[in-house]
Design a protein around this ligand. Sequence first.
Ligand code: C2E
Ligand code: CA
Ligand code: CA
Length: 669
Amino acid sequence: MPAVDLKACLAATVRLFRVPTDPDLTRAQFDAFSKQIPLLYFILITNTIAVAYTYVPLAPASLSMIVPAVLTAVTALRTVWWLRQRHVVRSDADILRNLRLTNLIAAPIAAGFTAWSFALYPYGDAFAKSQVAFYMAVTVIGCIFCLMHLRSAALIVTLVVNVPYVLFYFVTGEPTLKAMAINNLLVSGAMVRVLFIYYRDFADLVSNRKSLLMQQAATQALSDENFRLANLDSLTELPNRRRFFAELASAFNDAERRHVHVAVGIIDLDGFKPINDNYGHSVGDRVLIEAGRRIREVCEGFGPQRVEFARLGGDEFGLVVCGDPEDVDLARLGERIGEQVKLPYQLDTAHTGLSCSIGFALYPNSATTSEALYECADYSLYHAKRHQRGRTVIFSGELEAEIRSRGVIENLLRTSDFGAEMELVFQPIVDAMSEHTAGFETLARWHSPRLGWVSPADFIPAAERIGLIRPLTQVLLARALATAKSWPDHIRLSFNLSAHDVCAAEGILPLIAIIERSGLPPHRIDFEITETAVTFDFVRAQQSIATLKAMGCGISLDDFGTGYSSLSHVHRLPLDKLKIDRSFVADINENPVSHKIIKSLTGLCDDMEIACVVEGVETRAQLDTLRRLGCDFIQGYYFAKPMPGAAIEDYLAKERERLDHGSTSKVVA
Ligand code: C2E
Ligand code: CA
Ligand code: CA
């Protein structure tokens, strides 16, 4: 055991005289040290010159001048070297090598000066001898002090100078010098103790600073990661909505300052919802990821403008186009994105038919704040979705006027008295073969005291936007039912429901109550629901439809062919009629595509055993074609324009008369 202890003691002692290897500690030592070493040499050189000066008349020139000159020259060179170190960036290995060198040359330098002092000593008188003793004591204390940061070197110098010092002066037998030797021994002991305490604190400080820095780095990394995640869309790994608006704000400020253009774009996928509904969310997610990837690729390869791209949520994406873009650049960007989104997607079930609508707005042409610019882009997108599906729309003066009139309609609608200002007109739905009126579709009319007659195509969407559609529907339905009660029993009533009526959280109970109160048998009522309403919230729509159906009401799918509902919707809903949109009828005799579409839709209705209604029939030629294609019911100006409720009795009487006389000439009310 004692052998082991001795070995450990020896190892610990050797360690005291070695430069440590911890790179953080050696770097800190080197930094502190390089500032103090020049001072150390200053003390050494000035003290040496003072002693040499005293001994010039007393000792041989070789000792009093040449040796100190050589020693001073060596230390001066080292001083210059250390002074240069302040501005040099060094590697860890370099620092370690230099500290080791310092450690190594500490002993010979200290020994050189000590030997020189002892060599001078015999030449001096009592005063000069005391000066040597004083020189050695003071210089060594000064050096230890300056070497505090490199404990090993400080200890080497202490030993190399003080051990011979104490022995030498003690041996002289001179009481004053003996006292100085003992004194020096005690002071050196105290100094060494201070050195140990100081060095330990210094090493602790370095290691604490190191762990603090590591902690700070870890905290920084964590906060960087949080920042990244907070700005990233987790599904597509694209920048998210938050990041988009931050990007927009900074791009906008930049454009404002530099007086250049900046544009905002909003992309909405057309036909995405049916994919999600029909193929499930995991397929939907993959489509979103792929569409996002393609759009990002277009943005990254676009020039000379820089395009920032983000997912805003759902199937909506945002663009910020920096670098002074013009309308032509936006159109070019929109076209490229559209081309890429349209390409087929490799899914479980191959599905094509996805496209995208894009709305752009350009600063300063369209708006003067980033918020307003975004609103304008959003309106352009809305316009594209309604009128130019799958295309790019750039905000213009025309759209601005449209927004203004939209705002006016919304405001007037808010304060309008539905009971007094709303009216209903009725358009016959005619049996294609017998040409007997089978029912009437109710169409709303608003007579605004300020604007005059407003089209339902304008005020129905406005009522939807401002949340007034449901009270409006209730007023109109009650009135339509009251009118229909006076009709012959075989005449049906068709009534349009908005997506908001069908998909409201509280269901369609208020409408059911109105039907029950009216006294009109539910089996004489057809509710017209658009495909868009069905895709808006399929589950809710399905529930509402089932409830109406259970009451005995009929359900017609309106505007079929214009929206993006898939055939699966048609199959999954308990429909009675399909109303083919009038856009296919207008050119049925000129355009083979329209002809083909109507032919396949009538075939579909046959298969599903539901009736087919074609709206917008304006000419005899159209009617004849539609009859040949097997359409069941016809609606359109060819038979009658929408008429007030009061005109119906007369209209039906005239129709009876006409048909009784076997004439096929039309009657327009
Ligand atoms: P819709 O349900 O598709 O109604 C048919 C529209 O086509 C009506 O326009 C009608 O006047 C028009 N139309 C009928 N025959 C012809 C024709 O031969 N040629 C042409 N060019 N047009 C014809 P209207 O009355 O302006 O209604 C527009 C839309 O407003 C309706 O489209 C419907 O979606 C909505 N709407 C009208 N009334 C109501 C309502 O009471 N409630 C709800 N929710 N929506 C309504
Ligand atoms: Ca309709
Ligand atoms: Ca319609």
